[in-house]
Design a protein around this ligand. Structure first.
Ligand SMILES: [Mn+2]
Length: 324
């Protein structure tokens, strides 16, 4: 059965309690950056990771996925220093293996991560969501490092996977590639490659390995296809879905807004049926949610109260799917 998880930052927040109260037993965690207690140890070293895992365990959560990355921009850009970054990733994967943390969610967006042009778009009943309008990005300045081509990003990704996948296989840890968000290229002159179903298939084919797979972030994949359940089956049949982000949007890659989980373009029930049909047994987390009345929009997309609604909605869908 698909398991429901919640993204819990490594330092406990009230969301830890809310998630537990909503019936969540699985954590998607982060790396313990900046904790004084770590001393000379890096966040990806054994002891800091062990203590984070124990912190989740003490609160009643099993750590299913690490969704946090050491610095990787030199690796993505193919700049000097990339081998040191790759060595850090190998250390992380080896320690995850020692601790039995099975999945690492990473991405190949260079210079900037997920991007929105608004974090205050009105949604249902005065709730607030994030949105993206590519027309507003046309005059945006280039990034510090300047343009980079899609070909260069593919080449650098190949270099990375060639070195990292054997370590992951030996450690028993799976790499789950998250899509570029938005799934659009280029932005600010920067190429973006993880933005289509075909490109994800290319990722799988370029480095055949049981450790090479996908984070199926529905909010991005649903902008790449009119048949998301079909895409889930396509990658699921290959055994390549390692982790799921469950969320929805309305619009196109050029112009979209996030939505409540029950209010977007996607047939969410059909998606959950597809995960059941492919025998997916990993974890799914709600991903971005609207900011609702009484909650803070400080960390847009990650409001606590919105997550309660999402978790309840997903549990209801799951009950239906696995009952029939
Ligand atoms: Mn996502």
């Amino acid at each position: 059965m698909i398991e429901i998880a919640e993204y819990l930052p490594p330092t406990p927040t009230p969301l830890w309690t809310l998630a537990k109260q909503a019936g969540v037993d699985w954590a998607v965690g982060g790396l313990p950056f900046g904790e004084a207690f770590n001393g000379d140890d890096a966040p990806w070293d054994y002891l800091p990771l062990l203590r984070v895992q124990q912190r989740y365990a003490d609160a009643g959560f099993k750590l299913a996925v690490l969704e946090s990355r050491p610095p990787l921009n030199n690796a993505k850009r193919g700049l000097p220093g990339r081998d040191a970054e790759i060595a850090t990733v190998c250390t992380l994967l080896e320690n995850m293996g020692r601790l039995g943390i099975p999945v690492w969610c990473y991405e190949w967006m260079t210079d900037f991560n997920w991007l929105r042009t608004s974090t205050s778009t009105p949604s249902r009943g005065g709730s607030v969501v994030t949105s993206f309008d590519n027309a507003l990005m046309q005059d945006a300045p280039p990034t510090e490092h300047g343009p980079i081509s899609e070909d260069a990003l593919w080449e650098n990704l190949g270099y990375f996977l060639q070195r990292v996948l054997p370590v992951a296989e030996k450690a028993g840890v799976k790499l789950a590639m998250h899509p570029d968000d938005p799934p659009l290229s280029p932005i600010r002159g920067v190429g973006r490659i993880m933005r289509s179903v075909e490109n994800f298939q290319r990722l799988l084919d370029m480095a055949p390995s049981p450790a090479n797979g996908i984070t199926l972030c529905q909010g991005n994949f649903t902008l790449m296809t009119d048949d998301l359940p079909g895409v889930i089956r396509h990658f699921g049949r290959q055994g390549k879905i390692f982790f799921v982000h469950f969320r929805d949007v309305r619009g196109t890659p050029d112009r979209f807004e996030e939505t409540w989980h029950d209010d977007g373009k996607t047939d969410m029930l059909a998606c959950l049926r597809a995960y059941r049909d492919i025998g997916f047994s990993g974890v799914l987390r709600p991903d971005h949610v609207p900011t609702v009345a009484g909650d803070s929009n400080e960390n847009a997309g990650y409001s606590s109260f919105g997550r309660l609604y999402a978790l309840g909605y997903i549990r209801g869908l799951r009950e239906e799917v696995y009952a029939s």
